[in-house]
Design a protein around this ligand. Structure first.
Ligand SMILES: Nc1ncnc2c1ncn2[C@@H]1O[C@H](COP(=O)(O)OP(=O)(O)OP(=O)(O)O)[C@@H](O)[C@H]1O
Length: 228
């Protein structure tokens, strides 16, 4: 599903964000990526969706060598992945339902399918009752659930999340993890960057730790810290 083969990323200013990283993530895995601020976690994610290109090495996602992909093919790569951010990034003038539907409208899905799928995913994230609410009338946790619904409505193979609980309290964060677990059990691979020690320790999933661009730990059923 995901291969990083000897991947390095050096930004134009000389910052080494990834240093000869080798990773293999199989279909259906749930993986946390942890590390201090500036370690290279977001860069790791940006290499998956072609937001950044490696300076060296190759990145393969769903059988596509991302670093060799023509710009015109990037939307096809991104169709197979859903992305969730710390700051939700919902369209403020669209309701919860419209935000989710929009992700299907842009790929020109048939209207009836949109209606059916949007209802299903809003149900999955527990938000059917808030379908008509604008983001400004939703709590942070609810907004994140809309963002997750939007990310999964096109049934991606891969769900990527960059600090999805960074703006949420611990209880709400646990609810978000329950949804990720459900999505993972449906067969979707989940890669989540986080600083949330409690969540990582609670979930007991694979942990990849990055320090100064280097993968220093890759542990099945790990904790946030080495000694867990
Ligand atoms: N566009 C950029 N141009 C130059 N340097 C960058 C750029 N993006 C990131 N960096 C540098 O690359 C390194 C890794 O950054 P990255 O954002 O991947 O870290 P991170 O682990 O996600 O940090 P945080 O937890 O603070 O988000 C840092 O030294 C950062 O300053």
């Amino acid at each position: 599903m995901i291969y990083f083969k000897n991947v390095s990323k050096v930004y134009d200013n000389g910052s080494v964000a990834l240093d000869h990283a080798n990773v293999h993530i199989k279909k259906g895995e749930f993986v946390f990526v942890v590390g201090a601020s500036g370690a290279g976690k977001s860069t790791f994610i940006k290499l998956l969706d072609h937001e950044e290109l490696p300076t060296e090495g190759s990145v393969i996602v769903n059988g596509i060598e991302v670093n060799k992909l023509k710009k015109s093919r990037v939307p096809y790569l991104r169709r197979r992945m859903g992305i969730v951010f710390q700051d939700f990034r919902l369209l403020p003038n669209k309701t919860a339902e419209e935000n989710v539907a929009f992700a299907m409208e842009v790929i020109e899905a048939p209207r009836r399918l949109i209606k059916e799928r949007v209802r299903n995913v809003l149900d999955l994230v527990g938000l059917v009752g808030k379908a008509d609410a604008l983001p400004s009338n939703l709590s942070g946790g609810e907004q994140q659930r809309v963002a997750i619904a939007r990310a999964i409505v096109n049934r991606p193979l891969l769900l990527i999340a960059d600090e999805p609980t960074g703006n949420l309290d611990p209880e709400t964060s646990k609810g978000i993890m329950d949804i990720f677990t459900k999505v993972n059990h449906m067969g979707t691979t989940v890669v989540m960057v986080t600083h949330d020690q409690q969540l990582v320790d609670m979930m007991n999933k694979r942990v990849i730790e990055i320090v100064d661009g280097k993968i220093v730990r890759d542990e099945q059923q790990g904790g946030y810290d080495d000694e867990n």
